[in-house]
Design a protein. Sequence first.
Length: 411
Amino acid sequence: MSNQVFMLPDLGEGLAEADIAEWHVKVGDVVTIDQIVVEVETAKAAVDVPIPFAGTVIELHGKDGDTLKVGTPLITVSGGGGADDSVDVVVSANHERYREEERAGSGNVLIGYGTSEDAPLRRRRAAPSVRVISPIVRKLASDNSIELATISGSGAGGVITRADVEAGANTGTETETSHATDQRIPIKGLRKVVADKLSTSRREIPDATTWVDVDATELLAARAEINKSLPDSDKISLMALLARLTTAALAQYPELNSSVDTARGEIVRHARIHLGIAAQTPKGLMVPVIRNADTLSTIELAQALRVTTDLARDGKLEPARLTGGTFTLNNYGVFGVDGSTPIINHPEAAILGIGRIIDKPWVVNGELTVRKVTQISLSFDHRVCDGGEAGGFLRLFGDYIENPIRILGRL
């Protein structure tokens, strides 16, 4: 019988390559149709890849950490063992077939791509005792002669992250300084996408940043009051309230919900607000997008935010939900810092930042008192507006924080 060569399939969203994170089979194993044979890591998500036919594995076209192009050989199996190896049948990455099977409910769905958060995930193999997703983490451990079995994973589900390995490397350096060597970490996968996007932003966008301190005492009080009447499943986070105030302020300053079409020399003012939320995950910085955020109620926005950020942190958010944003909200206060000049998420025109909320002396009605104060900042594309509009938006957003009830009562 002939051999069958399964090519790395089209993973969607213009992704042209993927890193092999972990093989689930080895040469000699017998595989069945739709069996997950490998986990790959794209620039946007970890993806389980099922094989569309059965047979005996005779070759794996790459090892953990290797980068493969879409449409190149991934795995070769024989048609049923004892095959005539003189003829190879190449199974192409027909992504339209995958799309049709997804719509029809077939089991041939790439995990991490094309499924909704409500769809049940297919059964996965039991995770090994050492759980590593990123090939970069594996290489980093190898470069530092660190046994992964000795590292405790701090990521979701016990995943060993780059920070875990670096911490182990630093410990080793303290006791064996004579063996210290420089680390060379490939810029690939998600790190490469982030680097390319931010480099493009710095290269193309003439950005400027403005900031102001605001009193967030009433905002915290409003959140506590709102949540009194809500069940635990509907409790509203502080980030959700900030997102709601952001969409309200953008409604008054729509020029900031824009992008620049350099090819046509036009400013595109977007009709809907697709709100990006900067989130730190075990895979690095991601900006999941809540589409049509301006059409959602406060509770709906809070629910969408909770589901979206949880999926992003667990690495289960499909790539399509990491693109298409029109404005980004960045809560860098979670890192314990007051201020920042965040880089605009190209091709958007602005990014709004929130610092930590801390007790500070503040003047209220002529009297000095202690209030909950935060610093907010706005980095904006000077091509779409001038400082007057940017400052007006930031001041309005600050006024909403200081007097939230008057705006939240209408949303």
